[in-house]
Design a protein around this ligand. Sequence first.
Ligand code: F6P
Length: 570
Amino acid sequence: MPTLTVMEASEAIRKIRSSVNKENSELTSSKAWQALEVHYAELRDVTMRNLFENDAQRFERFSIEFEDILFDYSKNRFTEYTRDLMVKLAKELNLQDKIAAMFDGQKVNWTENRAVLHTALRNRSDREVHVNGEDVMPLVHTELEHMREFTEQVRMGGWKGHTGERITDVVSIGIGGSDLGARMVCEALQPYQIAEMNFHFLSNVDGSQIAGILKKVKPETTLFVVVSKTFTTLETMTNARTARDWLLNYLNDEEAVAKHFVAVSTNESGVVEFGIAKENIFRFWNWVGGRYSLWSTVGLPIALAIGMDNFEELLDGAHAMDEHFRKSSLDQNIPFIMAVLGIWYVNFFMAPNHAVLPYDQNLDSIVEYLQQLDMESNGKAIKKNEDPVDHATGPVVWGRAGTNGQHAFYQLLHQGTAMIPCDFIAPIESSNPVGEHHHILLANFLAQSEALMKGRTREETRQILEMQELQQADIVKLLPHMTFNGNRPSNTILLKRVTPRSLGSLLAMYEHKVMVQGMIWDINSYDQWGVELGKTLAKTILRELKSTSTVFKHDSSTNGLMNYIKQSKE
Ligand code: F6P
């Protein structure tokens, strides 16, 4: 067997992939794609060091300002010609028409035959948005009003619990898109949070999480917000039922549920059946996907935490980004540029990872949020015409807040065999200015992307080692280990501060990035059949786990594991 280097193997896979189904793929047979293949071969050995050395204006040329956000993409293996080809690709694929179709309420979620209109939830203009001929904006405004009325009562202490006490704790019960967005925004905007109330997020069906939360709250002063689009999700319903039992166990009166439980759902009958009063239902619609839903009533915990005015600022920020995305030319369009950079690395450099590195502790959860947004949206392999794709799609998204990540996995970013494009995100002003802390944080933030881009040549390394007056033999030994190839790409996203508005814009920016990639790859970014399969199987297995009989219907591993668990319990 011949042994291939990682680079040779990647190249071989690239060739195989681009030769499969070629005649079927509008994307890989497009003129712009073919030109990108040629361009890739020319650019792959060019270093960013060189690109910077040869162009004193590279930062200005490859950065875009939007309100309080600066998007710098100069530290990428990307030239004006790459950008031109990507714009040509978008034109060849009629990308602008696809974007317009989404904003206009056409059923772009073709497997579920639904419109995708999270942008209508934050449409702050007087533009009508139609679904099946009906303008949905009045529905959106009614629910926003409902949220305002309710959240003001709770925050001011006007909403009393069953025993007449004010609400001090809110427990949001949901999972996935019905949890991550609200949790992340509440953390990110922690300085805007009302001091008189505490917020808890319950998502895992693991009893340890609910047990931990219930230890911290009192039934008389706790409000549960059950968030579930379908109101059938096993984890959420199990947690909600346990919370209700706990409440009734203390308060001993069914009527208490109305004062301590509200629901956010599209499934009104399911909510009523659970025992929550009709007037305590906050509605949204099937044209809002779970992972795109924080802008809807799913954001109720956010509005309770930061107030409705701030929640509307979040919507304003997202709407401003929607307008930038809809109206800017593609070469100045932040979500478009982010999307095509991703495609450049996934499909040409064969780099299937993407790291998100927020230098702000309050933004730590944005990693998880973007993980769901990206991986649940673009973890697909079938095109609109039902053929399999002939190219890679969504990357693995992961990361962690800096500087903790630096002391955990950055070694691999700098010197591992894989090239992992990164997004560095930081606010210029801290939400909690303490002494020198933020300067140190920002210095690390800037140092990392510079190091990844520049690396350190053998010669530079030798000079450093020589200054340390080491023996020549030791220098020779250390040189290869301490030399960094660099040429590892990253985007830098600077926010003046993390405010409701700038956060809204940042999140909308990523949503559109993911959507553009889905459109170019010709996959449906709005369904999640893979997750549905797991949900269905879990229901069957749950029944079998609870029964006393031996299980034999699955593969030998699943049967064996189940029977082992049952025996251990006996
Ligand atoms: O993870 C799969 C998923 O369907 C997500 O898309 C959704 O956000 C989550 O489950 C929760 O679903 P629901 O809001 O219906 O409880």
